[in-house]
Ligand binder design. Structure first.
Ligand code: AGP
Length: 600
């Protein structure tokens, strides 16, 4: 979703801001802009569409060493040049970029800005007009900024320029991600460290309801009441090459291919010298003490949670519920006496999950976050974190983060089982190594999978994925992958459920992808395939060695029966990728979607 950057130093700010915005493109956006300050004033350049379009309108003749930039994912007001950020105050003294949602902006307009003609439909513009109003009333800029932020309800990461003081960027944060990067004689602002790795790898975390006064040589953090806060920077352990596509045409394909490496990396990070699973004692303790685990997540991470439930219940005999983050607070189940909450989130910034975490902490319960971004909000605010070690995931469609989440859940489940004295009868690390090898085999079968995508999905308008038991969960993920990047209407169903209604949608040639990797439901899912084939469907059966039959379309290498989701999803990811490619879709940046969903 929206991303912000800021730069104050000695180099040409325009190029650094534009490059920073390009690194934030993966988050999803529909317009972009930058503002740079010179002695003559603040120059704003903004456009609807891609950064490449913005580049064309930026006046290269404007020289500046300070500026702010923004990618916008529309929430209030359509995607347009007018609604794109930066926004300016009425006198154009102040210029702002904002990520988040100001929930009370209508109220603020009525209470404070009746006399101001707003230029855009955004919630953001209210913020910059309020700062100007309070400055006109005699407050210092810093006081006006703090006063304004104290009136806001909702989420924000904000950067503000004052044309009368071009040596300062004012920054504020609540609920939306924001970092300040530091370096000798240059400081930066970014929603995400990746955007400013070009300048520094030293970053300061900013907490909710803090402001930061950023100059070229100094960074001052304060609370909204003006109390100074001191904090040391940390080193962002990111490799700049991880966020490049290299020779790949798309990040998604690169990230699919990285999965065997990610699984081996996870094994390495969570393995003791004697080959056993290594987890923090505190985490083991928290899981053991819980009488029920509640997994909270969204989208693909929710699908990993469904598999996680099976793993924890089967291995550790511990009851687990899995909930969609955006629904949990409205449909809260009766909680057990000693719950443990597990938040699964690639980004660690998903607002829906964070909303639940905040409530859970208020209720005094323990929380563990499984995330790919250890310094993220969900990681910081939970009691414990398990890192998925997948490396930056840039493509909007999550692939390697999903398999990494399931691998970490496997280790968590196995570790809990061991702590409870349950003998699994197999070595989880050994089984994950077999998974990594199987993934490699599958990644080498791209031509076959491309052909399947062409044969089944080239012209269809819909597609159904069916499976039973754990295969059903992978079907949900396969359908999500296909729909989000190819725009084919795709749905995942439990094999036995189709005949209760959805079978009415089956027509001559409707593609049905069926997963058959589970022995105990193999016959029944094959029966379901026959039901739909008899009604004209075009079935694509993906089975596993040992359960395969002659006419199966694709056969997976054998892995442990509890770990099949880690391999069965790979052909589904690749089929989705090639289907999207054949349809000419923007694979890495699908329409309407954002990588990091930071609004509720
Ligand atoms: C999946 O491909 C999507 N990008 C989306 O469903 C994603 O998994 C969801 O928004 C949750 O994100 P998170 O893991 O960062 O919390």
């Amino acid at each position: 979703m929206c991303g912000i950057v800021g730069y104050i130093g000695t180099e040409d700010a325009k190029e650094i801001l534009l490059k920073g915005l390009e690194k934030l493109e993966y988050r999803g956006y529909d317009s972009a802009g930058i503002a740079v300050a010179t002695e003559e004033g603040v120059h704003v350049f903004k456009e609807k569409g891609r950064i490449a379009t913005l580049r064309e309108v930026v006046d290269q003749g404007v020289k500046s060493t300070v500026g702010i930039g923004h990618t916008r994912w529309a929430t209030h007001g359509e995607p347009s040049k007018v609604n794109a950020h930066p926004h300016q105050s009425e006198s154009s003294r102040f210029t702002i970029v904002h990520n988040g949602v100001i929930e009370n902006y209508e109220q603020l307009k009525r209470d404070y800005l009746q006399a101001v003609t707003l230029q855009s439909d955004t919630d953001t513009e209210v913020v910059v007009q309020l700062v100007e109003r309070f400055v006109h009333e005699g407050q210092s800029v810093e006081a006006a900024f703090r006063h304004t932020l104290s009136l806001l309800k909702g989420s924000y990461a904000i950067a503000l320029l004052d044309k009368k003081d071009t040596d300062t960027i004012y920054v504020g944060k609540n609920k939306s991600p924001l970092l300040v990067g530091v370096q000798d004689g240059v400081n930066v602002v970014a929603s995400d460290a990746m955007a400013m790795l070009q300048v520094t790898d030293q970053f300061l975390e900013i907490m909710d309801e803090e402001i930061v006064i950023v100059t070229k040589d100094d960074v001052t953090i304060k609370t909204l009441d003006g109390t100074a806060v001191s904090r040391e920077p940390y080193t962002a352990e990111l490799d700049a090459s991880d966020i490049e596509k290299g020779t790949y045409p798309h990040f998604m394909l690169k990230e699919i291919d990285e999965q065997p490496f990610v699984i081996r990396n996870i094994i390495q990070k969570y393995q003791n010298e004697d080959g056993s699973v290594r987890l923090d004692e505190d985490i083991r303790q928290a899981v053991m003490e819980a009488d029920r685990i509640y997994i909270i997540a969204a989208g693909t991470s929710y699908h990993a949670g469904l598999v996680g439930k099976q793993l924890i219940e089967n291995f550790a005999k511990q009851p687990v519920e899995v909930h969609i983050a955006s629904e949990f607070l409205y449909n809260m189940p009766l909680l057990s006496k000693r719950p443990l909450f597990i938040f699964i989130s690639q980004s660690g910034e998903t607002a829906d999950s964070r909303g639940v975490l905040v409530e859970v902490k208020k209720l005094g319960y323990k929380a563990l976050t499984i995330t790919n971004v250890p310094g993220s909000t969900l990681s910081r605010e939970a009691d414990f974190t398990l890192h998925t070690h997948a490396g930056p995931e840039i493509a909007v469609a999550s692939t390697k983060a999903y398999t990494a989440q399931m691998a970490v859940l496997t280790l968590l489940a196995a570790d809990t089982a061991k702590a409870k004295g349950i003998d699994l009868g197999f070595d989880p690390i050994q089984e994950l190594s077999i998974v990594a090898n199987a993934m490699e085999t599958l990644c080498n079968q791209k031509e076959t999978l491309e052909k399947i995508a062409r044969d089944y999905l080239a012209v269809t308008r819909n597609c159904f994925f069916i499976g039973r038991a754990t295969d059903y969960f992978v079907c949900l993920e396969g359908a999500l992958k296909l729909k989000e990047i190819s725009y084919i209407q795709a749905e995942g169903f439990a094999g036995g459920e189709l005949k209760h209604g959805t079978i009415a949608l089956i027509e001559e040639g409707t593609p049905i992808v069926a997963l058959a990797t589970q022995e105990h439901v193999n016959l029944s899912i094959r029966g379901n395939v026959k039901e739909v084939a008899a009604r004209g469907a075009f079935p694509c059966i993906i089975s596993i060695e040992g359960l395969n039959e002659e006419d199966d379309t694709f056969v997976l290498p054998k892995v442990h029966s509890h770990l099949t989701p880690l391999v069965s999803v790979i052909p589904l990811q690749l089929i989705a990728y090639y289907a999207a490619l054949h349809r000419g879709c923007d694979v890495d940046k699908p329409r309407n979607l954002a990588k990091s969903v930071t609004v509720e």
